[in-house]
Design a protein around this ligand. Structure first.
Ligand code: FES
Length: 130
């Protein structure tokens, strides 16, 4: 009985608890530290453009309404997701996580949506995050 309680107590340590709970802890430590600046002229209209910034993937889309940006770090454990045009999903190869076109998790271990990033527009550039 005592041994069982000891095992239970060990299971309540934070890292293992996160593992048992599906690793839902937000992984923000992998986010880029500084802003990404992109000339607006390099953003074709209505196309998902992928940029690598400080080793992390970011998606930027320019529409007639402006520019939006999204972190492509999976909210499960921080792998880079990729957009699959044919299936209209973001796919994470690490644990087969999937997100819909809005970044909402639809399959696998991710529980949080892909993170939208702040965009500041100047007359010629889009400044992402920061
Ligand atoms: S890191 Fe586990 S599903 Fe993406």
């Amino acid at each position: 009985m005592t041994r069982g309680c000891g095992v239970f107590a060990a299971c309540l340590t934070a890292p293992l608890w996160n593992l048992l709970a599906g690793c839902q802890a937000e992984n923000t430590s992998k986010e880029p530290a500084g802003p990404l600046t992109i000339p607006v002229a390099e953003l074709p209209l209505n196309r998902r453009m992928r940029f690598e910034h400080e080793g992390r993937a970011v998606e930027v889309v320019r529409t007639e309404n402006g520019v939006t940006a999204r972190s492509l770090l999976c909210t499960h454990q921080g792998c880079n997701v990729r957009w699959i045009e044919d299936d209209q999903i973001y796919f994470c190869p690490c644990h087969d996580g999937q997100f819909d076109a809005e970044g909402i998790p639809t399959y696998g271990p991710p529980r949080e949506r892909l993170r939208d990033l702040q965009v500041t527009l100047t007359p010629t550039t889009a400044v992402i995050g920061g």
